[in-house]
Design a binder for this molecule. Sequence first.
Ligand code: ATR
Length: 276
Amino acid sequence: MYTFGLAGFPVGHSLSPWIHGQLMKQTGVEGDYQLFEIKPEDFDEQISEMKNRDLDGFNVTVPYKEKIIPHLDGVDGSAAQLGAVNTVKRTSEGWIGYNTDGTGFLHSLQARFPDLFEQEINVLLLGSGGAARGIFDALMKQAEVQVDVANRTLSRAESMIAETGGAGIARAVSFDEAEQAAGEYDLIIQTTTVGMSPNEDTSILSLQNLKEGTVVSDIVYRPVMTTFLKEAEQKGARLHFGHEMLLQQAVYAFQIWTDLEPEARPLLEKFERKLK
Ligand code: ATR
């Protein structure tokens, strides 16, 4: 019998209990996934209390992915490099932090488009926040890529590139430049909160110049079909959805906790229906 949890604020609408419930069913293990909604002023105290509970592991979400680190006994390599943890496991060496966001993104993309990374590709990454960093790091490590990064605050794109060792692979570009060059990208990844419910459902970038067959990904999963993805579809793009990443990062967290290897694919359709 496992006990897992999620620490964040707010967590009331989290889909993680449902996802992990499905993963337990698929692998035939018994367990429980609890929500810990922690107010920022109570963070230190509540995390100490969580660590004293009978938990096997927990996920960490907004706004605590960085703040959790000083509370851990160790942090896995790429999570340490990123300075962000989304999965914590109780081990004989104490509480260890991992980050499954970037690999979750990349492997869900590869599962849908197995040929995408067969040769070097041009990528446009929109955004430079925590999610963008994880994805950028995973992309650089596992694929031959040239990356243009566009962000509202251009200096943040520049520092993301410098801090994650991306100089020579990536450059910061303006949205105007990215729109002009849209036809030259093989993969476009939208990582900002633009278009996320309940924010206004708008598109961050015009895809007027997009070429047919480009893979366009939006990590926003509510709604499943964002305005950005609708525009991409109209231009003949191949789509990759935010809930595919969400599911895969949860699969990797579950794998870290249990050493079992559930599959995301059988859950995709059911998950999509749940989001609608
Ligand atoms: P996360 O960890 O989820 O990535 P974040 O670190 O707050 O969240 O980053 C949010 C991203 O969305 C950033 O790239 C942000 O741009 P800035 O760096 O300029 O803030 C982007 N973003 C949020 N609201 C935006 C808006 N209205 N227009 C354009 N970009 C926006």
